[in-house]
Write a protein of this length. Structure first.
Length: 392
């Protein structure tokens, strides 16, 4: 009897434990007796837009930026008041969008953003702003021009219609691109003045190189309230054979090399002692079958002892101050013997035509053994200083 009672008690106890562990109607978890926790709802997506809603006189170089916290961007639409859409880029995790199209002057914009949080709950935000009216615009042109073939010493010259303030020049440089494709030519910009910036490669161009230059100043502020015009300026040019001539002023002789090989030696006359031709590395700037030369252009009256007014054939300019290579039939007796010119390099008609026919803008002419120094910036003088100095 005692044993039977004990067994019955154990069965009853086991039955109570079994019943307690399977009962979940009260919200408890099996075996724990604690309430089941429900998953919390995801935080709503928070959208931010820059420029802020209602902002006026936004600079043309500013970017429209959209960011989302606690969610991802589904759609961004930025439009002008005239309905033009603005393009932009979305980052990999879809939390940031940035415009890549320059803003237009004196224009209203609307920004419409759609986003969603982790639960897919949508969120929307709208904004509007307007841009300033510039005080002026600046245009640019590029030398070498599109389609040109130039010599190995030619720099890239960007000429601007208005002066660029020093604090704005880095922004302008960022809008100027020199692309040499797979050649990957190293080079650097240098400001020659407020309206002119030049780019030179580390060393002479390699013949056959194709170059593309882009000046995209849209939205770039070049001085307070003055911005670049919308349309980008582009030029694609190529590099011809390496033509490098060396003029020995003391020996009255020019040695012409093509791709490293001497192809001709020409007797010349250069500037007389009182008007000596400058030493240094010069680059052909222009070529004319004939050019009228007047001494008054360099401050010498035409009717004075050293005055002149004549037409020179096969003229190739080397300096802004007026040094040329040209035909000089009037001085053939001195060519190869003495220096009698006003600073130009003279040679016979036959030799001048021969050289002219084989030369390009950008070809290099090196002058040595003169007593007169070359002024930096008096022509395309980029090769008269080291690359490290140029970059500095």
């Amino acid at each position: 009897m005692v044993l039977a009672a004990a067994v019955a008690a154990m069965i009853a106890l086991a039955g109570c434990q079994s019943g307690g562990s399977s009962a979940t109607g009260s919200g408890g978890s099996a075996g724990s007796g604690q309430p089941v926790k429900q998953d919390a709802a995801a935080a709503p997506a928070q959208v931010s837009i820059t420029p802020g809603d209602g902002t006026k006189k936004v600079g043309l170089g500013k970017k429209v930026k959209v960011s989302v916290a606690d969610g991802t961007i589904s759609e961004v639409n930025v439009s002008t008041a005239t309905g033009t859409k603005i393009k932009g880029t979305l980052n990999a995790d879809k939390t940031k969008w940035t415009s890549k199209t320059a803003l237009k002057a004196a224009m209203g914009y609307t920004v419409d953003v759609k986003a969603a949080n982790a639960d897919g709950v949508a969120a929307e935000k709208n904004s509007s702003f307007s841009t300033l009216t510039p005080d002026g615009t600046v245009s640019a042109y590029v030398v070498p021009g599109n389609g040109w073939k130039v010599g190995v010493g030619m720099p890239v010259v960007v000429q601007l219609s208005k002066s660029v303030g020093e604090s704005y020049r880095k922004d302008v440089e960022s809008a100027l691109k020199v692309d040499t494709g797979s050649s990957s030519v190293e080079g650097a910009w240098k400001w020659m003045s407020g309206t002119q910036v030049w780019w030179r490669p580390k060393s002479y161009w390699k013949p056959g190189t194709d170059v593309k230059v882009t000046a995209d100043l849209a939205g770039i502020e070049i001085s307070k309230g003055v911005y670049g015009k919308k349309q980008a300026v582009r030029s694609a040019f190529s590099i011809g054979d390496e033509m490098i001539s060396t003029v020995d002023v003391a020996a009255h002789e020019m040695t012409v090399r093509k791709n490293g090989k001497v192809i001709k030696t020409i007797p010349v006359t250069t500037g007389k002692a009182s008007m000596a031709t400058r030493n240094g590395i010069k680059v052909i700037m222009s070529r004319e079958t004939s050019h009228r030369m007047k001494s008054s252009s360099i401050g010498i009256p035409v009717d004075s002892k050293d005055g002149y007014d004549l037409v020179a054939k096969y003229a190739m300019r080397l300096t802004y101050s007026g040094e040329f290579i040209h035909a000089a039939e009037w001085s053939t007796g001195s060519q190869g013997v003495a220096n009698v010119s006003h600073g130009c390099t003279g040679m016979s008609d036959t030799n001048a035509k021969w050289l002219f026919d084989r030369s390009r803008v950008g070809d290099v002419v090196i002058y040595k053994n003169s007593t007169r120094k070359m002024e930096f910036g008096n022509g395309y003088t980029v090769w008269n200083e080291s690359y490290s100095d140029w970059k500095a």
